[in-house]
Design a protein around this ligand. Structure first.
Ligand code: ZN
Length: 90
């Protein structure tokens, strides 16, 4: 799907977004449920909040997300290892 409005858009991007809505694309997968989004037109950034709603991606949320992402990847690592080494019965 090509966005034909992207190149010939003569409207100011913010006005465009007001009229047609933002065109968010995922910029980062933080965890399974948390992602970061950015609007292609006005560069507004959002993130998934813990309740599933989208909120403005403030520096504070960026910080939280990078921590979440670290926890998420280390969990992934442990899961991978557990498959091989951890006994299921005692
Ligand atoms: Zn926008």
């Amino acid at each position: 799907m090509k966005n034909s409005t992207q190149k010939k858009a003569s409207l100011p991007t913010k006005l465009y977004c007001n009229l047609f809505g933002h065109s968010y694309e995922v910029t980062k997968q933080v965890t399974y449920h948390v992602k970061e989004y950015k609007c292609k037109h006005c560069n507004r950034e959002l993130t998934t909040y813990s309740n599933g709603n989208l909120v403005e991606l403030t520096p504070k949320f960026k910080e939280i997300n990078s921590i979440l992402n670290r926890i998420h990847s280390s969990k992934q690592e442990r899961l991978k290892r557990r498959t091989y080494s951890e006994p299921s019965f005692q």
